[in-house]
Design a protein around this ligand. Structure first.
Ligand code: A2R
Length: 316
């Protein structure tokens, strides 16, 4: 049987299906995964990992005969795809199957910010409704102008989910897409014109801190920032300062720079909604992602091809 090194968690179904064709070596069962790889890495054919853990360079160096890396997640910025390619290792990910779920998370965060769901829930629980009367008014989601940073597969799903709310969708990416929404070549210009900015680009160097102080100031005191992409896309220190100063109105965040650590300053603010990176984390969607993660490995084992390579490995 081929040897599979598994980084991070997997569902029972994934383990069962993989266990039929691979001998699974789980990093989570090892005291020292690096030491295990240094000794046994030459015999490992495949790696299964996720977008958060990726594959560390030191792990890669200990895997000279690796054939493929299957990533459970669409984002793969924690995997050095160029280094993998150079070694002839194909990298796969799980696009499309999570579009609807991540889009739901983005829209949900926007709604929770606008309609102050957490504040109002706390208001009822604390008995304030009875003592103090009606809660303060909130803001309507309907009719807002929403700027999508990264109108790709998930960005489009977000735009689709917002349509019944009569929002105006505009977008920024490096190049314009074949869509009817207004395109902004400049992110600050878009931020100035929208009520809500939703970030859904990949992580990595090209998007590192592109949502900076200038973008936040352009979004302004009545503006809302939603991030369901990667923590690295937003300058977290600038975000904390903008929210503290009231230069930015609200933020809904599913991702952070140093997950699972979330800065204390952010946790103290009441104009933010914080989620523990659960954009795609439902039973249904994780099952679909798990199935594609496994299918990529099984197909490569069978005939050397894969179903969903990352773009950098599409021609391998
Ligand atoms: O820039 P373009 O024209 O390649 O458009 C892509 C955009 N994008 C960027 N926009 C502005 N500045 C950048 N440096 C930049 N880099 C990429 O992000 C495209 O519109 C979008 C990504 O779309 P997809 O490749 O279809 O990715 P998908 O499946 O929507 O997932 C996006 C990310 C994942 O990478 C995870 O980090 C996260 O959502 O879950």
């Amino acid at each position: 049987m081929a040897n599979l090194f598994m980084i991070g968690s997997a569902t029972d179904v994934m383990l069962e299906r993989l266990g039929e064709k691979f001998t699974i070596h789980r990093a989570s069962d090892m005291d020292d995964p690096q030491a295990w790889l240094d000794e046994n890495g030459a015999g490992v054919d495949y790696v299964a990992t996720n977008g958060h853990d990726g594959v560390k360079p030191a792990f890669m160096a200990a895997l000279p005969n690796l054939k493929a890396i299957s990533c459970y997640g669409v984002g793969y910025d924690a995997i050095d795809t160029n280094a993998a390619r150079e070694k002839g290792v194909v990298v796969t990910h799980t696009p499309n199957v999570l579009n609807a779920e991540v889009a739901t998370t983005a829209v949900m965060l926007m709604m929770v910010c606008y309609r102050e769901l957490l504040r109002d829930d706390a208001y009822v629980r604390a008995g304030r409704w009875e003592k103090e009367g009606n809660a303060p008014l909130t803001r309507s989601v309907d009719g807002q102008t929403v700027g999508i940073l990264g109108l790709g597969r998930i960005g489009q799903a977000i735009a689709d989910k917002l349509a019944p709310f009569d929002t105006t969708v505009v977008y920024h990416s490096r190049s314009p897409k074949d869509v009817d929404y207004k395109y902004y070549s400049n992110l600050v210009d878009m931020a100035r014109d929208v009520d809500v900015l939703i970030c859904i680009t990949p992580g990595g160097p090209s998007t590192n801190k592109i949502v900076n102080r200038e973008v936040m100031d352009a979004l302004g005191p009545q503006g809302t920032l939603i991030n369901v992409s990667r923590g690295s896309v937003v300058d977290e220190d600038a975000l904390i300062a903008a929210l503290q100063d009231g230069r930015l109105g609200w933020a809904g965040l599913d991702v952070f720079v140093e997950e699972p650590k979330v800065p204390e300053a952010l946790r103290k603010l009441d104009n933010v909604v914080l989620l523990p990176h659960v954009g795609s984390a439902t039973v249904e969607t994780r099952a679909a992602m798990g199935a594609l993660t496994v299918d990529n490995l099984l197909q490569h084992l069978k005939d050397g091809t894969v179903i969903s390579p990352v773009p950098e490995c599409a021609d391998m």
